[in-house]
Write a protein that binds this ligand. Structure first.
Ligand code: C2E
Ligand code: MG
Ligand code: MG
Ligand code: MG
Length: 291
């Protein structure tokens, strides 16, 4: 190690670190302005009913088109926003974009549920429930059409406080979904104490299903346990037909993944929706398409 610390390799390693923290620092200071400038947008990924293939909801995924750095993936700035205490405004911004879109679908007679990711930090913000309620009112969207996706850590770390917050959110009529299930340390029986409606099997298990028996076994176990507890199950990361078939046979309720659709900007999603619902809307008496 002593020898290595004298080598140029280590010096440049430190330089890289510095550049990275500089960039992070810069991104942190730019986040607020980026929201105001419209650099932060969202895309929507359709989620379908495994049995009927009807679209049941769309997950809102945030995107940052940076003028110099290009497209910055959420995994690179969500954590940063949490660290600098700006995750609240970012979440409000995403919720606003999602509900505005949901309202527009409603105006086109499409009652499509929209899912929004909540960072772990959000659950400890004292005014979260109020902000969600205000956003729903502002856009005139019924709570029934909103799904909030939470991660395991956020509810298990402080389960007493979070169960109160979750109950208050639930009381707004919205649904709660446990994201990335299987990667944390919570058990399904812990989830039973909380007003969770569905679990999303983490894509790390789903991606391996077509090639690994082990991953299939994990997916099957999650589905069976969740169903026994009265929870719906969504699989994310469905990329191939075999995985889709296996999950459907296992009784998985909903599917999401590149096989069905990549996340789409709203105009593309609208085209995707119309192409799929065009047939059904021709049905006699189909006035309100509840998707
Ligand atoms: P997530 O909530 O688990 O979202 C699913 C991620 O998997 C998305 O990545 C999506 O593009 C990707 N994905 C979907 N289907 C497939 C597939 O078939 N194959 C593969 N390989 N990937 C697939 P994305 O958009 O990069 O988002 C990454 C994570 O960033 C999200 O994971 C979520 O934890 C977080 N995130 C995204 N938007 C928001 C947001 O508005 N707020 C918060 N707090 N977190 C967000
Ligand atoms: Mg999610
Ligand atoms: Mg997920
Ligand atoms: Mg994930």
């Amino acid at each position: 190690l002593a020898a290595a610390s004298e080598s140029g390799g280590v010096a440049s390693y430190h330089q890289v670190l510095d550049q990275q923290s500089l960039r992070r620092l810069q991104l942190g200071t730019e986040l607020e302005q980026a929201m105001a400038d419209g650099q932060i947008s969202v895309v929507f990924q359709p989620i379908i009913d495994a049995r009927t293939s009807d679209i049941v909801s769309a997950e809102t995924l945030v995107r940052w088109a940076h003028p110099r750095f290009g497209a910055i993936p959420p995994d690179d700035f969500i954590h940063l926003a949490e660290q600098i205490g700006r995750i609240g405004p970012l979440t409000d911004h995403v919720l606003d974009l999602a509900l505005a879109r949901c309202r527009r679908w409603l105006d086109q007679d499409i009652a499509l549920s929209v899912a929004v990711n909540l960072s772990a930090r959000c659950l400890s913000e004292p005014d979260l429930v109020e902000r969600v309620q205000r956003a729903l009112r502002r856009h005139g969207v019924p709570g029934e059409l909103l799904i909030l996706e939470l991660t395991e850590g956020s509810v298990v770390d402080d389960s007493v406080r979070s169960s109160t917050v979750l109950a208050d959110l639930h009381a707004l009529g919205l649904r709660l979904s446990m994201d990335d299930f299987g990667t944390g340390y919570s058990s399904l029986s812990q989830l039973r104490q909380l007003p969770i409606d569905e679990v999303k099997i983490d894509k790390s298990f789903v991606l391996g299903m077509s090639t690994s028996q082990g991953e299939s076994f994990i997916a099957r176990s999650i589905i069976e346990l969740a169903h026994n507890l009265g929870l719906r199950v969504v699989a994310e990361g469905v990329e191939d037909e075999l995985t889709r078939k296996l999950l459907t046979e296992m009784g998985c309720d909903k599917l999401q993944g590149f096989l069905i659709s990549r996340p789409l900007p709203d105009d593309k999603l609208e085209k995707w929706l119309l192409a799929r619902t065009g047939v059904r809307s021709a049905a006699p008496g189909a006035q309100h398409r509840r998707l």
